[in-house]
Ligand binder design. Structure first.
Ligand SMILES: NC(=O)c1ccc[n+]([C@@H]2O[C@H](COP(=O)([O-])OP(=O)(O)OC[C@H]3O[C@@H](n4cnc5c(N)ncnc54)[C@H](OP(=O)(O)O)[C@@H]3O)[C@@H](O)[C@H]2O)c1
Length: 252
């Protein structure tokens, strides 16, 4: 089995890569920090790990993805993990825009390009006995409702979930052999979180990778973890918008 992981240099993406490698997968992994990618390649060998320097905010990202796909071969899973997030004090325009460019523009760039790759390689993907290709995106529970502590982050995570929902309908309209998984973690102890804050119900990245890989293997449409966050988002959804917008003590 083969997978491409965009955003495998640290945190959740790295742990998912290591978990799949333990399961015997061949990977194409990407991110901007090539030293981190090289380190994974050295651990598992060039025959199983191909790497690419990809900045999803750059127009050159699609060309680099094409090269990675050529080297790896048609993947069974395509996982988009790359993302940035900042918790605002004062609203920082530059960070808000960087979040939109990375999370929203970057994920649309990578996923739509990969969908066109699947279309171009229909003979491979529609071969008898071949399973549907699975595209997974790591969005967040932060997309459930507008979060004042991280406005662009929350909005772009909502956008990612909505995009996947729209594409799930699109691939059926186009009769494409593709299915999607929207991965919505709660707080995971990675570099994305501020080291100065305390986060409730924090999950280790290794545990997050277990939930993700299990959800993908089961072909789940949405994976929210862990159960405490599933309960939390259930209650969040019950709060009427006028009341939600007055909950100014929600700081994380
Ligand atoms: N940690 C949490 O609590 C949490 C909760 C819910 C959802 N998430 C989501 O999980 C995903 C992974 O984040 P993480 O928590 O594992 O944090 P992380 O350790 O900071 O990982 C972020 C990953 O995104 C990549 N990335 C960032 N900007 C990029 C760019 N311009 N081009 C290509 N890759 C880029 C990074 O690679 P390079 O820097 O090498 O490019 C890195 O591999 C994000 O989408 C995040 O929103 C995290």
């Amino acid at each position: 089995m083969k997978a491409i992981i965009i955003g495998a240099t640290s945190g959740i993406g790295r742990e998912v890569a290591l978990k799949l490698l333990e399961e015997g997968w061949e990977l194409g992994i990407a991110g901007r920090r090539t030293a981190e990618l090289e380190a994974i390649k050295e651990l598992y060998g060039v025959s199983r790990v191909k790497i690419a320097a990809i900045d999803v905010t750059s127009e050159s990202a699609t060309g680099a993805l094409d090269t990675l796909l050529e080297e790896t071969g048609a993947p069974d899973w395509f996982l988009h993990v790359s993302g940035v997030g900042y918790q605002s004090g004062p609203l920082d325009e530059e960070k808000e825009l960087r979040t939109v460019m990375t999370n929203a523009v970057g994920s649309v760039r990578m996923i739509s390009h990969f969908l066109n790759y699947v279309k171009l390689n229909a003979d491979v993907y529609k071969a008898p006995g071949r399973k549907k290709v699975r595209i997974g995106i790591v969005s967040s529970i932060a997309g459930t409702a507008g979060l004042g502590a991280a406005p662009a982050y929350s909005a772009t995570k909502r956008m990612q979930s909505h995009y996947i929902s729209a594409l799930s309908q699109f691939v059926r309209m186009e009769k494409m052999p593709v299915r999607f998984t929207d991965i919505r973690p709660g707080f995971v102890a990675t570099a994305l979180l501020s080291s100065e804050k305390k986060y409730p119900m924090l999950i280790k990245p290794e545990k997050a990778a277990k939930y993700i890989v299990r959800g993908l293997h089961c072909g789940r449409r949405v994976v929210t973890f862990d159960w405490r966050y599933r309960a939390l988002v259930f209650f969040w959804r019950l709060i009427p918008r006028p009341l939600w917008e007055r909950l100014t003590w929600v700081n994380n």
